[in-house]
Design a protein around this ligand. Sequence first.
Ligand SMILES: C[S@@+](CC[C@H](N)C(=O)[O-])C[C@H]1O[C@@H](n2cnc3c(N)ncnc32)[C@H](O)[C@@H]1O
Length: 356
Amino acid sequence: MRLSTVPENPAEWVALMFGQVPTPLCDVIIGPMLAKAVIAASSLGIFDALEQGPLAAGGVASRCETDPDATERLLRALSASKYLHESYAPSPRPSLYRLTRASRRWLLAGADKSLHYAMLHRELDMRFMEFGQYVRTGRGQDFHSEMQPEDWYVYHQGQADQARLIAGELVSNLRLPSGATEMLDIGGGHGLYSLALCTHYPHLHARVLDLAIPLSGSLERTKVPAWNQVTFVVADARSIVLAPSSADVVLIANLMHHFDEKTNRCLVQRVAGALKPGGILVAMDLVRRPSSASGGQITTLMDLYFGAVSGAQLWELSDIRAWQEEAGLCPERPVSFRLLPDCKIQIARKPAPTGK
Ligand SMILES: C[S@@+](CC[C@H](N)C(=O)[O-])C[C@H]1O[C@@H](n2cnc3c(N)ncnc32)[C@H](O)[C@@H]1O
């Protein structure tokens, strides 16, 4: 999938066909403004204000405690961009605005598949997108050490929103070693993958290791019994000592793209030592395609982004498999996520000792 300029009438369609539309202007003017408008609407509670039904701009403004005229501009921009429907009424009656199906599904803070915090997370990302500086110098920033304490909440919650969409698919693609009880979730942040696995495997206990742990209560931990099987530990994956032969399963999800090759190779080596014989390392990440010729707008931009924010990159599947093999693990066939095929699950098993 990729973003592109979509014509709205036959004249625009013809102009686009004949290369007469200045598409770069659409990308750099419309793209950032739309992103900022959706993020602002999410943070101001505009979508939530419309949850119970249509409202005029004045009604939205009074619920969100915002300026009525400015709110109307935002509502009109969101309607033109298909985030809301506007029912136009000739003056003096005000237009009414209501949620589209996509906004109701993805943008209400309380929706099952809410991406509310994933939207706010993007504001945080934008602070680090110094692509020009990165490309000039080749040096990335250090996103995790430069975040402010208040940023961590949005970061963990935003990552959690994304994880909720695919945690079920991750679980259905894993077969844990029989009798598995110990899991490490390295860079596990919000811990939702651990929770999903502990729900599925009631005898599993997961330890989530991360630079910062989510605030208790932020993920409604008390309501779900399997949270009792999950513990959070503040740890740096680059240096933490992992007890030998202590884990049945180690998950490294969306962390390798923040590390350079040497760090990843060393991490996989230490993980291999920490696995029990027959245990598995589950590496899950967006991967780089060998060439951008086959598309991949999402992955190539993310690759640039991780370079700029962490001085690292998306890795090719072959890199991850090579680190696993070098560590004495046996990589299995990779699995792709249904809706995001460039996100892969690469499992590798530690061989059990062969009997004499
Ligand atoms: C992109 S998030 C992924 C979170 C979660 N694993 C997921 O897939 O949704 C990367 C996580 O790795 C953590 N992290 C980054 N560097 C780390 C390090 N050196 N040691 C431990 N955790 C780290 C971050 O704090 C963050 O929670």
